[in-house]
Design a protein around this ligand. Structure first.
Ligand code: COA
Length: 167
C-alpha cells in the first residue's frame, strides 16, 4: 500500500523512491555521531536502505526524515528512524511511525518491536528516542548488555514492544 499523506506545515510522507533513499542517507549522516555510529553510517544503514521497506518525510520537497522496517510473519521491526535535528519535535517522527503502523495493522501484523539504547546507559541523546517510543505506545520488554562493535564500549540495549490489537 502506498502512503501519501499531506500533513500541516508542508510535510508529506511517502514510500521512498531510489533518489529518496540517497537523501535518507544524508539525513542519517546528520544524526551522526550523536545517534548513529560509524558502523551504522558506513555499513548498516546503506545496506538496509537497499533492502528494507523505507518511508520518507518531505518538508517543502526536501527529505527530512525516514523510517525503515522489516516484517516476518505477524511481527515487524522498526529498524531505523530518524528526523534531521532542525526538523525534530514537530510531529514528523510521529507521522512517519503512524504511516508504518497503519500499514502493518492493515496487513495483519500483531506486534511491532524496536530496539534502542536503554536508560541503564547514561547518554543524553537517547533520552528523546525513548520518550518518542513510549509516546508511540511501546513498552520495554527486555534489556541486554552488549558491546559496541564500533568503540568496544559496553552498553545496554532495550527491546521495546507494541501489540497491535486485531482491527
Ligand atoms: C526519535 C525521533 C525520530 C523523533 O522524531 P521527532 O519528529 O522529533 O518526534 P515528534 O516530534 O513526532 O515527537 C513525538 C513525541 O516524542 C517525544 N519526544 C520527541 N522528541 C523529544 C525530546 N527532544 N524531548 C522529549 N520528548 C521528546 C514527545 O513525547 C513527543 O510528543 P510531544 O511533542 O507532543 O511532547 C528523533 O528524535 C530522532 O531522529 N532522533 C535521533 C535518531 C534516533 O534516535 N533514532 C532511533 C534509533 S534507530
Amino acid at each position: 500500500m502506498k502512503s501519501n499523506r499531506i500533513l500541516p506545515g508542508n510535510v508529506n510522507i511517502r514510500e521512498a523512491t531510489e533518489d529518496d533513499r540517497q537523501e535518507a542517507m544524508r539525513v542519517a549522516k546528520s544524526l551522526s555521531p550523536r545517534w548513529f555510529d560509524n558502523i551504522a553510517i558506513g555499513t548498516s544503514i546503506p545496506r538496509d536502505l537497499r533492502i528494507q521497506r523505507t518511508h520518507v518525510a518531505r518538508e517543502g520537497g526536501r527529505i527530512v526524515g525516514f523510517v525503515m522496517h522489516t516484517t516476518a510473519d505477524d511481527k515487524a521491526d522498526i529498524k531505523w528512524i530518524g528526523v534531521e535535528p532542525g526538523s525534530q519535535r514537530k510531529g514528523i517522527g510521529s507521522e512517519l511511525y503512524a504511516v508504518v503502523e497503519d500499514e502493518l495493522r492493515r496487513a495483519g501484523v500483531r506486534e511491532i518491536r524496536v530496539e534502542t539504547v536503554s536508560e541503564l546507559t547514561e547518554y543524553e541523546p537517547y533520552e528523546r528516542t525513548r520518550a518518542f517510543h513510549e509516546k508511540m505506545g511501546f513498552h520495554v520488554e527486555k534489556v541486554k548488555k552488549t558491546i559496541s562493535e564500533d568503540t568496544g564500549e559496553e552498553f545496554y540495549m532495550a527491546t521495546y514492544l507494541k501489540a497491535l490489537p486485531r482491527m
